[in-house]
Design a protein around this ligand. Sequence first.
Ligand code: IMP
Length: 434
Amino acid sequence: MPGICIVGAQWGDEGKGKVVDLVAERADAIVRFQGGNNAGHTIIRDGEVFKFHLIPSGILYPGKRCIIGNGVVIDPGVLTDELDALKARKIDTSGLRISANAHVIMPYHLLLDTAGETKLGKLQIGTTRRGIGPAYADKAARLGIRMQDLLDEKILKKKITAAIDPKRLSLRPYVKDPSLDLQSMTEAYLTYGHRLERHIADTARIVWDALDADKLVIYEGAQGALLDIDHGTYPFVTSSNPIAGAACVGAGVGPKDVNEVWGIAKAYVTRVGSGPFPTELHDAVGEEIRARGGEFGTTTGRARRTGWLDIPALRYASRINGLTSLAITKLDVLSGFEKIKVCTAYSGPDDAAFTDFPYHQSVLHHAKGEYIELDGWTEDIGDCRTAADLPQAARDYLDYIAEAVGVPVVLVGVGPGREQVIWMQDSLPLAEAA
Ligand code: IMP
């Protein structure tokens, strides 16, 4: 049975939650492997809207193992709130397992995130201010607190003491009273530990057992390839690796346990936060895409920047992830545009023209999209359930994407509802396994 990794192929918000939710129906374990509550996954089930920031999308299926892997950074306050909200809606959360090695977002990480942005001023990254970057920084500096530390008062106190001093110093110019009381922080985090203890486990072991038993495992990515700290538009990136390679590190498996990699891309592009975006639209078309697509952040409510589909960027995302399949979401948002533009290359200063996603930030910052125009369609496609139901122009658009990126399109989203999808191929290992 395959291990399938589902990742964002753009700048996040591609609709991964919905795809994971669909595939999770046939999976035994779903593992989040990086990021934290900077992510926001929306799932609409029978008209009910569920928003998750930390809990894997598979939680809506009773009996599945839903795992928050070691590569995730966890704000335990957010996690307990999510658990409470699910319980209030009578969703069984007993299948949730949290890696004992996952790092914890502490109150000072939130303060540092905001202070860092304030310090950068106009150059700010536009983070979600959820403390993600500072938590990963502490992990790398070996000053992090892990979930297992929340179960032992002595260890927790020792570790917070070691971590807190440099924070007080760096926060002083930005926070009125950065006293960060050790005692109350320790007590609060021990309470979280007590509350979450039944879910804390050796999650890599659980994943191995599932794989050994030939069960289907989904590795659920957050954010997207172009926000990757190594391969994205640095420094305007998140502080983890949202690409498929990180599934191994963040879940605790080897590369041979990732058999398929599905890249999720919108039929157009959005981005939140600062940083280069070669196909960004600053006109009425961009506004229209934002309005029709409801392009406002799940986590922060910020208006997303919008633009036409960027093929060189998608090809790049395909290479760094090793994509085996593409899922194109929100195709319905493009219905009604007479012409649909697709970026096939970039131009830069001094008549430069190139088709590869630029590796150098100065080139990328000045890159402008070069476009071809494809015919649009006017029909409402929300009720289409097979490729044959789609207007010819929509099929042509999908064929064009698959051909240009060199990866087959397996799934297409035609509306926000769970059932509003088209499976383009029926020879998937998943279908065979069902
Ligand atoms: P951070 O991850 O909060 O540090 O934010 C760094 C950058 O990643 C900012 O541009 C954020 O807007 C962006 N970002 C983080 N998480 C998401 C996400 O889930 N979707 C889209 N953008 C995100």
